[in-house]
Design a protein around this ligand. Structure first.
Ligand code: PMP
Length: 397
């Protein structure tokens, strides 16, 4: 039966690192690997009350819902987006099972086999996984901490005629980097001129360490320029809880309609019980205050992680201090391969994700991603010390 699978499944590689990291999910290992928010800060009481309110509404609350999602929640999200200068009505929005499903639906309705998409490099591993199921050609664009290199972008648009550019412009996964506004504007101009769609993936944009920092979303800039070349997706996974699996995608009405149709064929709709509960939560709970609290805590954890890394005297190592999000991206001495470092690290009792996983094409092997949001300040010193030992062992082996 194994040889009866689709070509996409047959070419799908199981990741050795993924398997190693699965083994590392024990209490003895301190993990900087997953992109997990801090459980201690989950708004558990507020969520319980939100669900209770839904149950008090009677049996009808447990009925099938609309594929596009619970209308009052779409309206509420559209209100929240106004603070980010994004103007979308509720019929330009689809609620999805996490933003992950939004990425998949875009590929499903817009990318025929062989279509070209451009991505940053490195970029979010599971988006790559989703795209690969549609047999598209993924072409990386040279990228640095300010975004995609404009010259390389222009050259690749001209050469490959891509249909889509997938980007995470604010506090990216895995790098934590933030695109310069000028690079954002440049991408929009290039894509608008060449009829290329941009998928802006923004799960971390609200997790800012300086609350007054403002990074204009690609969506808001495109709207200001009168272009509808951007689809915007985000999620409540990082700001409320991932278990709700509620994300959304918004933008061009015709595309949203196509995605609603595709989603109907896949799952009819995402959990309407959860959507109604989230609506109640947003109506009765100060989510903005909560986001300020978790952002301050993540900043504290990030700063502690950086202080501890300095104390490890790792020699040649580079990082850019994140201004938000959940990740610190490290570049170690050139001769190190972080897949080897991971083996030492797991023996020491600490986990991280080697950079290899996030690259399209040949990886920069001395890179790694550390998550700082999930590990408490009490556990952080032991974790970084173990990591330091693993890096020193790799340097001397
Ligand atoms: N995009 C990016 C860049 C992410 O980091 C994640 C979560 N790790 C997602 C999308 C998916 O998030 P969710 O489906 O939980 O909304």
């Amino acid at each position: 039966m194994d040889d009866q699978f689709t070509k996409q499944v047959m070419t799908h590689k199981t990741s050795a690192v993924g398997e190693l990291l699965k083994l590392a999910q024990t209490d003895e290992v301190i993990s900087f690997a997953g992109g997990l928010p801090a459980e201690e800060f989950f708004p558990v009481e507020a969520l319980k009350q939100a669900f209770e309110r839904v149950f008090r509404m009677g049996n009808k609350a447990l009925q099938y819902g609309l594929t596009e999602g619970y209308t009052p929640l779409r309206e509420q999200i559209s209100q929240r987006l106004m603070h980010r200068n994004i103007r979308v009505s509720s019929d330009e929005m689809l609620l999805t099972t996490g933003s992950q499903q939004a990425v998949d639906l875009v590929a499903k309705v817009y990318l025929e086999p062989g279509a070209v998409i451009l991505t940053e490099n490195p970029t979010y591993l599971v988006a790559l996984q989703a795209f690969r199921y549609y047999s598209v050609q993924i072409i990386p664009v040279l990228s640095d901490e300010k975004g995609m290199d404009p010259e390389d972008l222009a050259a690749k648009i001209e050469k490959y005629h891509p249909k889509l550019v997938y980007v995470i412009p604010t506090f990216a996964n895995p790098t934590g980097w933030i695109w310069d506004t000028s690079r954002r504007v440049n991408l929009i101009e290039e894509c608008d001129r060449n009829h290329v769609l941009i998928l802006e993936d923004d799960p971390y944009g609200e997790i800012k360490f300086a609350p007054n920092d403002y990074y204009p979303s690609m969506m808001s800039l495109a709207q200001q320029a009168g272009s509808d070349c951007v689809l915007y997706t985000s999620t409540f996974s990082k700001t409320v809880v991932p278990a709700l699996r509620i994300g959304w995608i918004c933008g061009n009405r015709t595309l949203i309609k196509a995605m609603i149709h595709a989603k109907q064929g896949a799952d009819l709709h995402s959990s309407s019980l959860d959507q109604q509960a989230l609506f109640q939560l947003l109506d009765h709970y100060d989510l903005n205050a909560h986001i300020l609290t978790i952002s301050a805590e993540y900043q504290r954890r990030m700063q502690l992680m950086i202080t501890l890394l300095h104390q490890q005297r790792l020699g040649q190592v580079n990082w850019t201090e994140p201004k938000g999000g959940m990740f610190l991206w490290l570049e170690l001495a050139e001769e190190l391969d972080t897949e080897m470092v991971l083996k030492h690290a797991l023996q020491e009792g600490v986990a991280f994700v080697p950079g290899h996983e996030f690259y399209v094409g040949s990886p920069q092997k001395n890179t790694l991603r550390l998550n700082f949001s999930h590990t408490s300040v009490e556990e952080m010193p032991a974790g970084v010390e173990r990591l330091g030992r693993a890096i020193h062992q790799s340097l001397s082996s």
